[in-house]
Design a protein around this ligand. Structure first.
Ligand code: UFG
Length: 329
């Protein structure tokens, strides 16, 4: 296959490591660039080539793209923790926005003209009407979402001025792990709900703090649209095919179109693990919208994507299997 050299930046991280496997399984040659600041060397599939380095290193990016005749880039190397971004906004603008500007410059210099870029539901901010489609207004409630919105605008204007073609994927809440438990989500410290609830099930944590039970939702806790990481990565590979077939740059939501509250996630985890999960109610967490649910009909149609694992118990079960292998000792 020609034109099949893909650079995955952030390929040692949670989503990137799953994506690397999906690309390899679809016969692409994969080059991973990662600074290992939050990713793990052991999560990179041994069939991929690994270069340790930072997205802000222009010379390194150019070297890697030229030496390996890279045809397309997938970018997973942004910081993505909402509460951390509220406390340290400049950390987010530096790595996410500045890092992206360096990447776009290097791609232009090396004539790499296809980019799949991870954006987020956090670009939308608060909305009352669900599900959210791509035409909803964007008004982020936290610096993380703001940094991604700026990046979306940067890629749009750069594409306008060059041959660059892109797909922006706005993820809702990504969860779960590979079915063979070879890769999964390992953050330190962990801030995401499903891993935290599973840490309780595995007695690594005493209780789950529920951040706010006075939201305008049925049980008072926040609602999110959880999508299995394997379905999400399939949509990325299909986005690559979409660009390679010469289709136009576009933005797509990725989610399942229905949501679960924090309490429902805890109930599902109790069902799957057959363990009791102690809870405590805590203050609302800064920057959290009450409800985020995706309409991803546009992605399903344009990318010919049909999600397969739209089941919260399957999502939690695959994550549980991964944690039992990796943190239960
Ligand atoms: N939550 C708790 N207790 C916890 C952890 C989380 O109640 O210990 C709640 C949060 O307040 C939120 C929900 O669980 O209401 C989900 O929180 P996560 O931290 O798991 O995920 P977020 O919704 O904050 O953010 C995630 C990704 C972002 C992405 C966003 C899009 O981390 O990168 O989904 O919806 F932008």
């Amino acid at each position: 296959m020609e034109n099949n050299n893909i650079l995955v930046i952030g390929g040692a991280g949670y989503i990137g490591s799953h994506q690397v496997k999906d690309l390899l399984n679809n016969n692409f040659n994969v080059y991973v660039l990662d600074n290992l600041s939050t990713g793990h060397r052991k999560m990179i599939d041994s069939r991929a080539s690994f270069i340790e380095g930072d997205i802000r290193d222009y010379d390194l990016l150019c070297k890697v793209m030229k030496e390996n005749m890279i045809n397309a880039v997938m970018h997973f190397a942004a910081f993505s923790i909402v509460p951390q971004s509220v406390e340290q906004p400049l950390k987010y603008f530096n790595n996410n926005v500045y890092g992206f500007e360096v990447l776009l410059e290097a791609m232009e210099e090396c004539s790499v003209d296809k980019l799949i870029f991870s954006s987020t539901a956090a670009t939308y901010g608060e909305h009352k009407q669900m599900p959210i489609d791509e035409n909803y207004s964007t008004n982020p409630t936290n610096p993380y979402g703001e940094s991604k919105l700026i990046m979306e605008k940067m890629v749009k204007w750069q594409a306008n001025a060059s041959n660059l073609k892109y797909v922006v994927l706005r993820y809702f809440n990504v969860a779960g792990a590979a079915f063979d438990s070879s890769v999964g989500e390992l953050h330190d410290p962990e801030t995401h709900l499903i891993p935290i609830v599973l840490e309780c099930a595995l007695h690594k944590r005493e209780f789950v703090s529920i951040f706010g039970n006075d939201y305008d939702t049925e049980d008072g806790t926040c609602i999110r649209d959880y999508i299995h990481v394997v379905d999400l990565c399939d949509a990325h590979t299909k986005s690559l095919d979409y660009l390679m077939q010469g289709n136009k740059s576009d933005t797509f939501n990725l989610g399942y179109g229905h949501g679960f509250s924090v309490k429902q996630i805890i109930e599902s985890t109790q069902r799957v693990t057959k363990k009791d999960i102690p809870i405590r109610y805590d203050e609302r967490r800064a920057g959290d919208p009450a409800i985020l649910i995706a309409s991803s009909l546009k992605a399903q149609k344009a990318l010919n994507w049909s999600p397969k694992y739209n089941n919260i118990d399957i999502i939690i079960e695959t994550a549980y299997k991964f944690y039992r292998k990796n943190i239960e000792k």
